[in-house]
Design a protein. Structure first.
Ligand code: HDD
Ligand code: HEM
Ligand code: HEM
Lengths: 460, 349
């Protein structure tokens, strides 16, 4: 490559990574709601109809509107991502687009179906029969999960590329997109992500009502609004921890360097300890809490199993250890805390058919939403930063994939500004929705005249 | 037709659909910008809002579809286009974010300054986004995107006469399509005065588009001779078809026959886009990279064709259901008289 181009690429690399991280990190929060909110909402609607309980159907209606807002934010941020894949990482798309682009084509269809039925579901609220209306949610539920499958399958391919051969010049020959979509990382990552989406949505929605209850609004609506989503999240948390073990084993088998970075372990060791916290400096982890033989036990189910360390590869093939290690610890730590919350909720429900009445419980639920989101983001940081310096594990370096176009780095400023505004707006709209549930959702055609509502706000 | 050509045609179907559906959405935003002061424009804005509310997200996915087909089947060409043209594409993406978010959120927000801000963001981004997308088309069509990553000039590739022509044409076409569509919608809801307003606007934008089209021929002859030769050679029948369909649409509009005018306008836009495709055949990137050279491995192409066929089986009925549901439902009536709905246009009052 010509040296001038390389100079530009070097200038672009860091901002491009930050831009990608920011856009993805933003998008994923909304994507989680796109994946999990439809089912939670429909279950509440269904329970409401079955028990003739207007509180539950009302709640479902409010959630459907919130879903509309979140969906709109997810859709617009996803559009930017599609551009960025090419604008920032042309080296990746140019060389490997034909291998791993395929799931994105399928994803296009999934989003199409989801966008259509979000429109139908909101629009049909009072226009379709309850049964037809609930049925119209099914395509939305299925396509939301399918969309997540396809995107995460693409990401799993970047972690564990399969389904093609390289010729002597390193060019792709014989690309097999179906095989590429079902590599060894695909199922663990997809399942882990789907569960994460349910946890994020469930805990976040429950936390909104927990805050309300802490402020003294202890009516039926708040109780139900806390209970239904919390039930989903609490039931799936233990499963998620189990899946976490599965995914960690997949990483150990296929990306040992990433695993070493997650555990901040320099030396290849038999009977490796599990390290919590600490700072990695000069090839050594300091001030960490160590559980003897823990890691070997987890990975090999054998206390004396050998776990390869970072020393196995040259320094320029190691990821930034501290970021990966701490992000990983954050995910596991928050996951364990959420498990505790889930167990407490499950236990009291089993004994008393009620949630614990203590303010401490409500406080815990109130922060659980943030905790789940942070755990999920931390998980993605582990995955993505842990893959560095590779964009396609073992085959293509991130530095070689970035676009050398001049001035590209300025895009980061634009993205930061746009997302700052978007975040504030989304927050305002959701707050308003929480305060007066008759606020229309973006997909609803007949926005009533807002003057009445405006008066309402003026009074507040 | 080869496999690659079939796939590129599918991509083009997506592009035409995006042009028609999202084009009309963008145009509606442009009319929102021009609807006048808070009170005067209120009913128009209401019509615009309730016409596009349920469908804008779905309309928008056509673009995603175009992108993913390109990047999987023609990865190299995709990389070349988006890196050389990253500036207008990033700006267009920002425009889409601003537009989508502002449109989605403004009805949920009631404080006047916020609504004005969002309304202005919606309307302005409706204007600039088609401009940038049109200038991207102009850049590709005039052969300013060479194969290779960021191989073209990141500025002159889209700041040039053909791109400017493409951008302005895109804006005008969007405005025209929207005026025709909105006129038909207003008529269906019995708001005849609004239908009249949009009819006048459709006729006006049609005249402007026609004039620019003729002037554009001279621009192309000077600035993009290859494209000009293609349009006046192989593409000529399609260009003629487009002109004829455009004129037929005008006749229908003149006679207030909105629905046939809609169909004829859609045909005119489709024909001109196809004319562009014919003019540049067999090149993806004029004048170097042909379709066959740009296409990737056979297994990928086959898998995509299967996916597109199966996907279409699911998608087409779903889309048909969506549009049918909204077209037959009474929806939000356009209320008579001025409402106190705060107008979205900043500083308009
Ligand atoms: C609510 C969210 C959440 C919770 C509680 C957990 N995770 Fe997680 N984790 C994710 C959300 C997540 C994620 C964001 O969804 C990731 C990022 C990539 C992926 O597929 O899932 C992830 C990735 C991820 C990876 C990296 C996979 C890779 O690089 O391919 C490992 C090893 C684990 N997780 C392990 C665990 C363990 C052992 C947990 C036990 C407490 C755990 N996770 C809880
Ligand atoms: C949605 C959740 C995701 C989050 C929060 C996330 C986070 C990140 C972060 C933090 C980086 C920067 C890593 C670094 O430079 O150190 C990154 C890079 C990247 N991610 Fe992800 N990621 C997500 C999902 C995905 C998916 C599904 C894909 C593709 C299918 C993807 C593709 C990329 C690419 C191409 C890069 C740039 C190259 C690189 O730095 O390796 N990401 N992401
Ligand atoms: C590089 C990574 C990604 C790209 C290129 C991408 C692209 C997109 C696009 C284009 C849309 C908009 C579709 C529409 O208009 O309806 C979208 C929305 C969505 N994305 Fe992503 N996405 C990425 C990462 C993810 C990840 C990691 C997930 C989930 C695991 C995800 C899940 C969704 C969902 C569920 C939606 C529907 C909209 C919503 O519900 O908010 N995306 N994405």
């Amino acid at each position: 490559m010509d040296p001038i181009v390389l100079a530009d690429a070097a200038e672009n690399l860091y901002p491009a990574r930050m831009q990608m991280a920011l856009s993805l990190g933003w998008h994923i929060v909304f994507a989680c709601f796109g994946i999990a909110f439809p089912l939670i909402t429909v279950v509440s609607e269904w329970l409401g109809h079955r028990r003739g309980d207007g509180t539950l159907t009302d709640l479902a209606h409010t959630w459907a509107k919130a879903m509309g807002v979140l969906f709109a934010a997810g859709a617009v941020s996803g559009t930017l991502l599609s551009f960025e894949m090419g604008i920032l990482w042309p080296g990746l798309m140019d060389r490997f687009g034909e291998v791993f682009g395929f799931p994105f084509v399928l994803e296009g269809f999934a989003f199409f179906i989801e966008a259509i039925f979000v429109g139908v579901y909101l629009f049909g609220w009072n226009r379709l029969s309850p049964r037809a209306h609930m049925l119209s949610a099914v395509p939305m539920i299925v396509s939301g999960m399918a969309g997540a499958f396809f995107v995460v399958a693409a990401n799993a391919w970047m972690n564990n590329p399969t389904g093609f051969r390289l010729d002597a010049d390193g060019r792709v020959v014989d690309a097999q997109p179906w095989a590429a979509m079902f590599g060894p990382s695909t199922w663990p990552q997809v399942v882990h992500m789907l569960l994460a989406a349910y946890m994020v949505t469930g805990f976040t929605v429950a936390s909104v009502y927990a805050v309300g209850m802490l402020r003294g609004r202890r009516d039926r609506r708040h109780r139900a609004g806390l209970l239904v989503p919390l039930a989903f999240a609490a039931a799936l948390t233990p499963v998620q921890i189990g899946v976490g073990d599965w995914i960690a084993n997949t990483v150990a088998d296929n990306q040992p360097v990433k695993l070493a970075a997650m555990e901040a372990q320099y030396e290849t060791t038999a009977g490796a300890p599990l390290s919590l916290g600490g700072i990695y400096q000069d090839d050594e982890l300091r001030w960490a809490l160590e559980i003897p033989n823990g890691l070997s036990l987890l990975i090999h189910h054998d206390p004396d199993g050998v776990v390869p360390g970072l020393e196995e590869v040259p320094p320029d093939e190691r990821p930034p250890v501290n970021v990966v290690h701490l992000a990983y610890n954050a995910m596991v730590g928050l996951g364990s805390a959420l498990l505790l919350l889930a167990v407490v909720s499950g236990w009291t429900w089993w004994r008393r058919r009620d949630i614990p009445r203590t303010p401490w419980f409500l406080r815990a639920v109130a922060v659980s939403g943030i905790a789940a989101i942070v755990a999920m983001e931390a998980g993605w940081v582990t995955t993505e930063v842990g893959r560095q310096p590779w964009i396609v594990h073992g085959l293509l370096r991130t530095a070689d994939a970035v676009s050398p176009a001049s001035g590209l780095y300025l895009g980061l400023y634009g993205v930061v500004a746009v997302y700052a505004v978007l975040t504030v707006l989304t927050a305002i709209v959701l707050r308003r929705l929480a305060r007066s549930p008759d606020t229309p959702a973006p997909q609803e055609a007949d926005a009533g005249t807002p003057d009445r509502a405006a008066g309402e706000v003026a009074v507040r | 037709m080869t496999l690659a050509e079939v796939l590129l045609s599918c991509m083009f179907v997506g592009l035409v659909a995006y042009g028609l559906f999202a084009g009309a959405d963008f145009g509606a935003g442009i009319w929102d910008l021009l609807a006048g002061g808070t009170r005067r424009g209120a009913r128009q804005r209401q019509l615009i809002e309730h016409t596009i509310a349920p469908v804008w997200e779905a309309n928008h996915v056509w673009l995603i579809f175009v992108l993913v087909v390109l990047w999987t089947a023609f990865s190299g060409a995709f990389a070349a286009i988006v890196t050389t043209l990253y500036i207008p594409l990033t700006l267009a993406a920002f425009g889409m974010i601003a537009r989508g978010a502002a449109f989605a959120f403004r009805k949920s927000i009631t404080t006047l300054p916020m609504r004005r801000f969002l309304g202005a963001a919606f309307a302005l981004s409706s204007l600039v986004t088609p401009y940038f997308l049109g200038s991207v088309v102009g850049a590709v069509a005039s052969g300013r995107v060479p194969p290779g990553i960021a191989a073209g000039d990141v500025l002159t590739s889209w700041l040039n006469p053909t791109s400017a022509l493409g951008g302005v044409l895109a804006v005008l076409v969007c405005a025209y399509l929207a005026a025709v569509f909105l006129g038909a919608d207003a008529r269906r809801e019995g708001a005849d005065d609004l239908a009249e307003q949009f009819r006048t606007r459709a006729l006006g934008t049609a005249a402007a588009t026609g004039a620019l089209g003729i002037a554009g021929l001279f621009v192309l002859r000077a600035d993009a001779p290859l494209l000009f030769d293609g349009l006046t050679g192989r593409g000529l029948p399609l260009v003629v078809l487009s002109v004829v369909a455009g004129l037929v649409a005008l006749v229908f509009l003149w006679r207030r026959r909105f629905l046939p005018a809609r169909a004829a306008s859609a045909l005119a836009v489709t024909a001109i886009l196809l004319g562009w495709a014919a003019a540049q055949y067999p090149y993806v990137l004029l004048p170097e990279l042909t379709i066959e050279e740009a296409a990737r491995g056979r297994a990928t192409l086959v898998a995509m064709l299967v996916a597109l066929a199966v996907g279409a089986l699911v998608l087409v009925p779903a889309l048909a259901y969506l549009y049918a549901l909204f077209q037959r439902s009474p929806g939000g009536e356009v209320r008579e008289g001025p409402t106190s709905a705060p107008g979205p246009r900043a500083g308009a009052t």
